[in-house]
Design a protein around this ligand. Structure first.
Ligand SMILES: *Cc1c(COP(=O)(O)O)cnc(C)c1O
Length: 387
């Protein structure tokens, strides 16, 4: 009996998502204790969550009862934070779950999803799992701005959803409201992923009541330090909330995550101070990396910085036209690894983890999460050594 034959054929060949590894695994690999590891690969919050979260979780006594399928307390609390009626709000087990749910709601087999790389890998991943077809419209060389005319040109009768991350991961730039307005005019579902909103302050959430095709996704993973509890939310047109409510897993938000969000929102000044610390450190990290003199840094409105090795990015840089040349020089040279990948590996040996992407366009780049000031210092000293 060949069970493989029973699997949806398009899934047997699909590439999986390349996730980051837990600290314990990184520690074993480098033979360092978890405390000896500088983890700058997951855009996680170096200050952790609010101490009120631990208190609230410890004080709660009804973990044996199922959570509220309608997420009432949570959506009510978010009403104030988001500045929008709870009728527009729905939570997911991480915003990753909402990406999947939105695609499940809109995609029929063969329907198309527009993706603007380099960007977050979960959009093509979930689109493929949901039976959709991913249409890539790469961001523009050098600036990583959206190719608006390219996107509009790619829209056809099969196009259902357009994904835009703002700030974008891994390029850290935002899109302008006027660009989103143009995308909304296509009449397709436009998902604006604002996972890093708290670090940028830029949002289009207030447009949702007047635009039936706009969805804004947010998360507690980054700014509130709750990545391990998996909790995100979306701001949707009311109609879409009602449909998603019907198709989601009834108990998708676990009780611990609900408690953690309520405790976080009740301790918002503490969390905002940490966001301010990270934003200040982003500036300092940028300056220190720039002083090295051999990195091209992209301005960041998130909690990470994309930096690329100078010799490639300063010529005609990244793009479709130069893609072949880029991968020639950077990656495929007799299977040799790129300089950035070498640096990434050398940093790992010192217990410093940053993110490297195995894509031709980012072959000479690293994404570095903003950590504490001491993390910046350790990283910069190590970079002086490796190069
Ligand atoms: C981290 C990240 C997410 C995932 O958030 P979760 O709520 O942890 O699932 C979503 N979008 C982007 C762009 C991200 O970088």
């Amino acid at each position: 009996m060949d069970v493989e034959k029973l699997i949806r054929p398009e899934l047997t060949t699909m590439e999986g998502y390349a996730p980051i590894e837990p600290v314990e695994v990184l520690g074993q690999r480098t033979k360092l204790p978890p405390e000896g590891i500088v983890k700058l690969d997951g855009n996680e919050n170096p200050y952790g969550c609010s101490p009120k979260v631990y208190e609230a979780l410890a004080a709660y006594s009804r973990y044996h009862i199922y959570p509220d399928p309608e997420q009432r307390d949570l959506r009510e609390a978010l009403e104030t934070y988001v500045g929008m009626s709870r009728r527009h709000i729905l939570c997911g087990s991480g915003s990753d779950e909402l990406i999947d749910l939105v695609l499940r709601l809109f995609l029929e087999p063969g329907d198309e999803v527009i993706n603007c790389p380099p960007t977050f890998g979960m959009y093509p991943f979930s689109a493929n799992v949901c039976g959709g077809k991913v249409i890539d419209v790469p961001r523009i060389d050098g600036s990583f701005a959206l190719d608006l005319s390219g996107i509009k040109g790619a829209v056809n009768s099969k196009t259902k959803v357009i994904f835009i991350a703002s700030p974008n991961n891994p390029t850290a730039n935002t899109v302008r409201e006027q660009e989103i307005m143009q995308l909304l005019d296509t009449g397709r579902i436009v998902v604006v992923d604002e996972a890093y909103f708290e670090f940028s302050g830029a949002t289009v959430a207030s447009l949702t009541p007047n635009h039936p095709n706009l969805i804004v996704l947010r998360t507690f993973s980054k700014w509130a330090g709750l990545a391990g509890l998996r909790i995100g939310y979306g701001v949707f047109p009311v109609e879409i909330v009602n449909h998603l409510m019907r198709i989601k897993q009834p108990y998708n938000i676990n009780t611990a995550a609900q408690i953690a969000v309520l405790a976080s929102l009740a301790d918002i000044d503490y969390l905002r101070d940490n966001v301010a610390r990270i934003v200040a450190e982003r500036r300092r990290l940028f300056g220190r990396l720039q002083e090295l003199g051999w990195l091209r840094l992209y301005p960041s409105r998130a909690n990470f910085i994309l930096c690329c090795l100078r010799h490639h990015s300063d010529t005609s840089s990244f793009g479709i036209a130069s893609e072949a040349k880029q991968s020639d020089s950077a990656q495929d040279k007799l299977g040799e690894e790129s300089h950035a990948k070498k640096i990434w590996r050398q940093l790992q040996e010192k217990g410093i983890f940053v993110r490297y992407f195995d894509s031709p366009r980012l072959a000479d780049c690293l994404r570095i999460s903003v950590g504490k000031p001491e993390d910046t210092d350790v990283l910069v000293e190590a970079l002086k050594d490796v190069c």
